[in-house]
Each structure stands twice: as C-alpha cells, then as structure tokens.
Design a protein around this ligand. Structure first.
Ligand SMILES: Nc1ncnc2c1ncn2[C@@H]1O[C@H](COP(=O)(O)OP(=O)(O)OP(=O)(O)O)[C@@H](O)[C@H]1O
Ligand SMILES: [Mg+2]
Length: 273
C-alpha cells in the first residue's frame, strides 16, 4: 500500500452515560486515491468515527493523522467531512454562493469562481444549477451540492457519511462513480459510510464497525461473503450474496463472488459453462 494519507491509531471514545466505549482501539489506514467503505448497524458509531476523523470530537485516546500530522493541526481544507445531515453543511442560500464560499476561502480569485463552480456542478451531476436556491433543492440535489462544496476545497481526504442516503439507485451509482473517479484523479483518500451493502462494489476495501471494533479493511467480496462478520455487526448481506450462498449450499457453486444483481447473469453463465 502507498504511504497512507489518513492514519488512525488506537482511537477510543466513550460518550458520558455509556457503559462501554463506543470506539475501542480503532485502527485504519487509507491510501491516496483509495476509497474505503465503512459499514455498521445504526448506533454502532459510524458518524462518531467520521466526526473524530474530522477532528470534531476528541477521542479519549489514539490519534488521527493526515499525511503524518495530527488532523486538528492540518489546514482546514485538507480534510473535508460531509455529515449525515447535509443541511448542516450548507452555508449559503444559493448553490453558487455555497460553493463560491469555499472557493473564496481557498483563495480562488472572484473572476475564476464562476467557471470553477460550473465545473464542480458538472462533476457532481448538477449542471446549470448555479443560480438555484438551496431551500428548493431536493434531498438528492443537496447531497450532490455538499459534495461539490467539499471538492471545491481541494481536500487530501474526504469523509462522507451516508451521502447517497437520499438518492435513488441510479443517482447513488452515479455519485459513487464520481467519488471513485475524483479520488483516483486527484489522489484523495476517501472514507465513505453507507447502509446499502450493495454499494460496496464501488469501494477498494471495506471495514465493519461493531461492538466498538473496526474490522481490518478487506476486499468488498471478502466482507460481503463473510456471514459471521456481518451477523456480528447485525447487517444483512445483499440478496445476490444470499442467493449465491444458497446455490452453493445446494451443490451449484458459483465460482465468482458477484456483488450486485447485475453481475449475476455473467457469473451464472460462467458457472454453467
Ligand atoms: N454527542 C453525543 N453524546 C452522547 N451520545 C452520543 C453523541 N453522539 C452520538 N451518541 C450516541 O453514540 C451512539 C453512536 O452514534 P452514531 O451517530 O455515531 O451512530 P451511527 O453508526 O452513525 O448510527 P446511524 O446508522 O443511525 O447513523 C448512539 O448510541 C448515539 O446515541
Ligand atoms: Mg450515522
């Protein structure tokens, strides 16, 4: 693996009133250009971990390093965090102003801002939205807007908490593709929380948070086909995984490990060939 852009070491955290630590010795390395998915049941601590990565909650122990420096000491734009509640990340009444605010803080000259805003809006699939009022945007459009504003900062690390939650399936796919492409193009380390396990195929590696512990990141297939791991985390595998496991149990092994229903016909074709 390349030298990690983001390094988490022994991160532990417990909110007042909790009997056990919410995070107990969490380790994670994310390389530049890599997209790591973060899974976990409701209340398992995914958003808290994201906030700790962004330096918004202080852990009891452990460290979060960005390019080797403690995240709280890094320049504000180095790590961009898109919270689960996207409205909390929107700072201006119009789409243009929201993105331009970040560009201004990054020192982009006023004359250069309109073209850069248009470029970012095209990247996130909102071309022509610059003059729209934020208040009238749909939930999915807001999620794309906050992604554009986060990208406007030119971060080295992106922490995205359920940014596809309000999107229909094709829109979610398109945002996942955008995130992966931008990560690859700009060498951004991405941590992406999702509740939709079928989205894992867009991630390079996947970790599961359960009982305060984060599993070591592994390939999407090795996580989604690890039934004991998912059961411990109170997660259900995608239907396609259950189908392949059922076929396997009935003596029809599917050689591949498809992660999406769309991959199944090809996998079955190879299996019967
Ligand atoms: N500031 C806080 N003070 C006290 N408890 C908190 C605080 N923030 C979160 N919690 C608790 O910590 C636990 C983990 O919350 P968190 O939001 O991190 O979970 P999550 O995995 O993101 O869940 P979800 O899938 O529902 O978004 C929950 O029990 C929550 O009530
Ligand atoms: Mg959450």
């Amino acid at each position: 693996m390349l030298t990690p852009a983001l390094s988490v070491r022994g991160l532990s955290l417990q909110y007042p009133g909790m009997e056990d630590p919410l995070l107990a010795g969490v380790d994670l390395d994310v390389a530049p250009g890599e997209v790591v998915g973060l899974l976990g049941a409701n209340g398992s601590g995914k958003s808290t971990l994201c906030e700790a990565l962004a330096g918004l909650v202080e852990p009891a122990s452990g460290e979060v390093l960005l390019g080797g420096a403690w995240v709280a000491d890094c320049q504000w734009h180095a790590l961009q965090y898109v919270p689960q509640d996207v409205d909390a990340a929107i700072v201006a009444p119009t789409v243009y102003d929201d993105i331009a605010f970040t560009l201004e803080n990054r020192g982009v000259l006023p004359a250069d801002r309109p073209a850069r805003v248009d470029e970012l809006l095209t990247t996130v699939g909102l071309p022509g939205f610059a003059r729209r009022e934020v208040i009238y945007l749909s939930g999915g459009e807001r999620q794309r807007l906050v992604l554009a504003s986060a990208l406007a900062a030119g971060p080295r690390c992106l922490v995205l908490d359920e940014v596809t939650a309000h999107l229909d399936a094709p829109s979610a796919e398109s945002v996942l593709q955008i995130v992966r492409d931008v990560a690859r193009r700009d060498g951004i380390a991405v941590v992406m929380v999702t509740q939709r396990l079928d989205e894992c195929r867009w991630f390079d590696r996947v970790s599961v948070l359960a009982g305060g512990t984060l599993s070591a990141p592994r390939t999407p297939a090795s996580v989604l086909y690890d039934t004991p791991l998912l059961e411990r985390a109170y997660l259900s595998p995608p239907l396609v995984v259950r189908l392949v496991q059922e076929l396997d149990a009935r003596g029809v092994p599917v050689g591949d490990a498809p992660l999406a229903a769309t991959d199944l016909p090809a996998a079955l074709g190879r299996c019967s060939a």
